[in-house]
Design a protein around this ligand. Structure first.
Ligand SMILES: Nc1ncnc2c1ncn2[C@@H]1O[C@H](COP(=O)(O)OP(=O)(O)OP(=O)(O)O)[C@@H](O)[C@H]1O
Length: 651
């Protein structure tokens, strides 16, 4: 967790910077000032001021990172890409020398047929080297086209595989999500870094070739190359810096704009978008942000045009000076005409490659910083992952909490405070209490999703901290309040409860029967093959209660010895609710059921009821014992019962 904290510290520094740019009157009417702080993108806003030398110094470590990623993704493609670029650079150099030979032969003394004949071997060489470069370019292009998506896939898959292993508590923390957010861009940009690096290799090779040719032709010609290229390189560098500065500064706004577009197109808000006319409201703000962004793009284009003009003017002056120098060298017979012709060719190749090199180094650096985030996120995820190994639990006969205390990060009051309880295998145990009293948290700690801060939870005497947590989860089925409505076929929606088991018609039917979903499924035109995603072709939606039955069927399909049902019937009609609770009793033969419900009638038949208040267990016992005690439970029971009684009396 230390590195998450370190990452948070770094983020806070970024936050301070952003706060200075977006406060008070500048706050967005929809997002305020907070939105910008959460964006992983802002992590590198310092990069905009990094100079060229620093870029060059940090580049090797970023190159090594991307090379490792590419090596893991597809080593043969990487070898082909790099190999092609290296050989292609050498072939370009030899091609230039061969061109010089052609020019020398053609411009020599003597009759034209003889000169052409003399130039033929060099011409063949020019053709061979030219074809080699073209073939290598094609092979390199094919290999890099194969490599790039693989790098992206490997990077994403590695990140996601690590993220799903992170402890739930840390996974829900803002600092981890900031890191994950930045890393996702890194995974997306890894392929661009590879592309830019390939350009760097290729431009470097061509540049070395051009410089080599010039030096061999005449040492005085060598300094001409940077003279012409540097103004253009400077212009490219300035434009890229400006674009990156703008991009980084504008990312929060760009993301807001995209998020508004997503909201307008999403199915969730579709009702309010229409009935409350929220659509027009969102569209107005979308256009406001789009107008700002367009103005920024126009500003960038103007600035870029100015810089390019200055670069081109300086480069033009240098070119004129170069040709003047070449003319002088020619006039004084210091270089022959053929050499001067080849020099022009080499200068043109070299200058264009130097511009490419500068721009690629800069881009590779900018994108590479996000690949660095990817690496950070993978390392951090590994340090806060659910540990592998430990004692393998069997189906527990007794789960015990002893003086259990648990506090969520960034909160002062404990969500669980000195909880003691015992649960025997095969019991139906109910947790009741007011909102926020700690019922869900207790269920999470008892089933190993969270580990206690103090005290302990034991499964047959072994603390959950010492158990193999993956093996422990194998014994748990959980229907949470926010159960997932997977946008898949009904069959997959239920079978995902235990994807390793075969979803036989009998197993699916029995889970549906327990959840009271049999009739509902029979009425669906495609039955188990109904796609529960109206946003996909052929998909349909279900009512809230029908979805709850699907969620319950999933938990029953999991067929685990411990079943946690957190408000399992909140959306069910009264008949369906009664049926589910009757089946829960049936299920409990051999299974332990942990039932969380606000409807006290539904927990009446539980073997043991725990009444929670402010993270503590206030009372426990059977329904009859708690009623006889006349405490909190009895009071809540009478309160709920009185509502029906009052209604009946008034009729
Ligand atoms: N991820 C979280 N981070 C911080 N605090 C949390 C988190 N989840 C829950 N809490 C807090 O912990 C306390 C217990 O929450 P819990 O969800 O366990 O209550 P509950 O009894 O299940 O409530 P309800 O009946 O509303 O479902 C509450 O004060 C809640 O605000």
């Amino acid at each position: 967790m230390t590195s998450v904290v370190a990452a948070a510290d770094r983020l806070n520094q970024g936050t301070a910077r952003e706060a200075a740019t977006e406060t008070g009157a500048n706050a967005d009417p929809l997002y305020g000032t907070g939105f910008a702080y959460k964006m992983g993108w802002n992590r590198h806003d310092g990069a905009r001021t990094i100079g060229f030398t620093k870029i060059v110094r940090r580049l090797p470590s970023l190159v090594a990172l991307c090379a490792r990623l590419s090596w893991r993704a597809d080593r043969s493609a990487l070898i082909i890409v790099v190999g092609c670029e290296l050989i292609s650079g050498a072939a370009t150099a030899f091609g230039l020398f061969a061109t010089s030979g052609v020019l020398r032969a053609l411009l020599a003394e003597g009759p034209t047929p003889a000169r052409v004949k003399a130039a033929i071997p060099a011409m063949i060489l020019v053709g061979v080297f030219g074809s080699t470069v073209a073939i290598l370019a094609a092979a390199g292009h094919a290999a890099s086209g194969r490599l790039k998506p693989r790098v992206q896939r490997v990077a994403f898959a590695e990140l996601l595989a690590k993220a799903v292993r992170v402890e739930l508590l840390q996974f829900r923390q803002a600092d981890y999500h900031d890191l994950l957010d930045a890393a996702q861009y890194g995974a997306g940009w890894a392929e661009f870094v590879i592309e830019e690096l390939v350009d760097v290799v290729s431009a470097t090779m061509s540049l070395i070739a051009a410089a080599g040719v010039l030096t061999v032709l005449h040492p005085a010609l060598f300094p001409l190359l940077p003279l012409i290229a540097l103004p253009r390189g400077w212009a490219a560098y300035r434009s890229i810096q400006r674009r990156n500065t703008s991009r980084l500064a504008w990312i929060p706004k760009t993301r807001r704009q995209r998020s508004l577009a997503d909201l307008l197109a999403a199915t969730g808000p579709a009702e309010e978008v229409r009935v409350h006319d929220a659509g027009r409201f969102l569209l107005g703000h979308y256009e406001r942000l789009a107008a700002d962004s367009e103005a920024e793009q126009a500003r960038l284009a103007r600035a870029e045009a100015r810089t390019n003009l200055i670069g081109a003017a300086l480069s033009g002056i240098a070119t004129a000076a170069t040709y003047a120098l070449l003319g002088l060298l020619l006039m004084h017979g210091i270089v022959p005409l053929a050499t001067a012709g080849t020099a022009v060719l080499a200068i043109r190749t070299g200058t264009s490659q130097l511009s490419v090199l500068i721009s690629s180094v800069n881009n590779a650096f900018e994108y590479g910083l996000y690949v660095q985030d990817l690496d950070d996120a993978c390392r951090t995820s590994a340090t806060i992952a659910i540990p592998v190994g430990g004692t393998t639990p069997t189906s527990p006969q007794r789960i015990r909490a002893e003086n259990l205390t648990f506090t969520y990060p960034n909160t002062d009051a404990p969500a669980l405070d000195g909880v003691d309880l015992d649960i025997e295998s095969g019991q139906v145990v109910a947790l009741v209490g007011h909102n926020g009293s700690g019922k869900t948290t207790l269920a999470h700690v008892l089933t190993g999703l969270y580990l206690p801060d103090a005290g302990r939870v034991t499964w047959d005497g072994v603390p959950t901290t010492e158990l193999d947590r993956d093996a422990l989860f194998e014994h748990v089925a959980m229907h949470s309040q926010t159960f997932e409505r997977w946008p898949f076929l009904l069959r997959a929606n239920v079978a995902i409860g235990r994807h390793s088991a075969e979803a036989t018609p009998t197993a699916l039917a029995s889970a549906a029967e327990l959840a009271g979903a049999t009739d509902m499924i029979a009425k669906l035109a495609d039955g188990w093959d109904t796609l529960l995603a109206p946003e996909h072709l052929g998909g349909v939606d279900l009512s809230g209660g029908q979805w709850q039955k699907v969620g319950l069927a999933r938990s029953f399909f999991r067929d685990a010895p411990i079943l946690v049902l957190d408000e399992p019937t909140a959306a069910l009609d009264p008949r369906a609710e009664v049926e589910v609770f009757e089946r829960v009793r049936e299920l409990a033969g051999g299974r332990t059921v942990l039932l969380i419900s606000h409807r006290l009638y539904s927990v009446k038949s539980a073997d043991r009821i725990f009444v929670m208040q402010d993270g503590r267990i206030r009372e426990s016992g059977t329904h009859d014992q708690l009623m006889a005690a006349g405490g909190e439970y009895a009071e809540l029971w009478h309160l709920q019962a009185s509502q029906y009684a009052a209604d009946e009396a008034s009729q």
